[in-house]
Design a protein around this ligand. Structure first.
Ligand code: SDX
Length: 431
């Protein structure tokens, strides 16, 4: 028996096989089970993928026990302190931090793709004004797949790169257009002399009637939030994009599938649910009641913004965002923000409760982010849209990594069948 294998014995049949053990550069090793069904006639069963690696990846690494998050090996705390979102976009796409000229050129390339086809502005008119902005985002991003026939041979690496640039560049323009449609204001065109986040703020808040000046603090806060939300290894939406892309589907349509998955309240939709939960709790005196609801197995209520499949320690992003809340609320002369005070007390009480301690439930990235979005004047139903803009680079990076892999195959999981056994059709008159 080799130390680089594991032995699996089927005690029902006495058969045994050795499967290769593969090591990465960080984190858990994996048992390569690709031969298991062929050699032992059994499948593995892991519906929530608690113990299953779906791929190999070099983009992001999370150590859930230590509360560590690395983008291409760089700790999120260092990137949050020293980097910019557009630089993190380059890092996630290309694997290295750009030199000054590389960054300048990259920003110029992204700047050239910020406009959307004028026909897309008409698509928005099909949405009722009170459609949820995430519903509009799924439709609008999916509709990008109807354009750009000049560069859609996804077997061509250059076409893949152009699609990546287009997707990342157009997300703020599409998101701001959805927001303007939602509030009944004219859509604003991008101004490419502005940075990525400044352009988004201007497209959301400017009107044709007067000049708009980007607020430096708000731009800085959005930059930091976008860095923190840029990627997170094989989360539900990234895995959705990978599976959709594995059939060689249109990349814009694949990103639309990622937006759909992110929207769920168990995933990126949690940031919107946290604000609604804090507003429903309303006062510190109600916290105990809601903690009890969260612990009650018969109550579907969960403490939104708490818990994580991978982090069994603090989500490092939550800590950074919480610290940023103090700065933003103070500088926005809103330091008495009652929701932030409530969130801090809720965290303090929950973290002392045995239920949360025993299940390693800590605040995640969504617990405090809404406090800042709200302080920036972003409406609650746009919170997950902000998450989607920031996460687009993560989805695109995973799609490119998968498509660049010479061993890439269509993803097609198996199942444990527990339905009816073989039976004959029963004619209507005999039923
Ligand atoms: C994101 O994957 C990623 O990386 C995602 C993300 C990213 O950047 O892409 O980090 C972004 O999606 C963050 C998570 C946002 N979602 C929420 O805040 C929603 C509330 N949290 C949960 O629903 C839950 O914690 C999940 C979905 C985040 C994780 O679910 P798991 O891993 O399937 O864990 P579980 O539901 O099996 O919970 C384990 C136990 C259960 O109790 P038991 O059945 O073992 O008795 O912990 C309990 C759960 O009931 N539990 C909670 C809870 N979260 C878990 N109880 C109360 N409140 C909670 N928030």
């Amino acid at each position: 028996m080799s130390e680089n294998t594991v032995t699996i014995i089927n005690n029902a049949t006495g058969q045994q096989i050795e499967l290769p053990l593969r090591n990465g550069t960080e984190g858990a090793s994996v048992v390569d089970i690709s031969r298991l069904y062929r050699d032992l006639g059994v499948l593995t069963f892991d519906p929530g993928f608690f113990s299953t690696a779906s791929c190999h990846s070099a983009i992001t690494y999370i150590d859930g026990e230590k509360g560590m998050l690395l983008y291409r090996g760089y700790p999120i705390e260092q990137l949050a302190t020293h980097s910019s979102y557009i630089e993190v976009v380059y890092l996630l796409l290309y694997g290295e931090l750009p030199a000054a000229e590389e960054l300048r050129r990259f920003e110029a390339v992204i700047g050239r793709h910020t406009m959307i086809n004028e026909a897309m502005r008409d698509f928005l008119k099909g949405f009722h004004h009170d459609a949820h902005p995430m519903a509009m985002m799924v439709g609008m991003v999916g509709s990008l797949s109807a354009f750009y026939h000049d560069s859609l041979d996804i077997r061509d690496p250059r076409h893949r790169e152009i699609s990546a640039h287009r997707m990342i560049a157009k997300m703020p323009t599409i998101a701001a257009a959805c927001y303007k449609h939602h509030i009944g204001e004219p859509i604003m065109y991008p101004r490419n002399h502005l940075g990525y986040c400044g352009n988004l703020l201007r497209m959301m808040y400017a009107t044709p009637c007067e000049e708009y000046e980007v607020n430096a603090l708000e731009e800085q806060a959005l930059n930091l939030l976008f860095i923190l939300h840029a990627d997170h290894e094989q989360n539900a939406s990234a895995s959705t994009v990978r599976l959709a892309g594995s059939s060689q589907a249109n990349p814009f349509a694949c990103i639309a599938s990622g937006i759909a998955s992110l929207w769920g309240p168990a995933h990126g939709g949690a940031n919107e649910e946290v604000l609604k939960m804090l507003e429903e709790i309303g006062d510190v005196s109600n916290i105990e009641k809601y903690i009890a609801k969260a612990k009650d197995k018969d109550d579907p209520f969960r403490l939104m913004g708490f818990g994580h499949r991978v982090y069994k320690n603090y989500d490092p992003r939550a800590t950074i965002i919480r610290d940023m809340c103090y700065k933003i609320l103070e500088q926005k002369a809103d330091s008495s923000n009652p929701l932030f005070e409530l969130a801090l007390r809720l965290e303090e009480i929950a973290r002392k409760d045995d239920y949360f301690i025993s299940k390693n439930l800590y605040p995640n990235v969504d617990f405090y982010s809404g406090i800042i979005y709200r302080a920036l004047g972003i409406p609650v139903n746009m919170f997950t849209v902000m998450f989607a803009i920031a996460r687009t680079v993560g989805w695109v990076a995973h799609w490119m990594e998968m498509m660049d892999d010479p061993d890439q195959r269509i993803g097609r999981p198996r199942q444990l069948y527990d339905g009816a056994r073989l039976r004959d059709y029963v004619p209507l008159e005999r039923r």
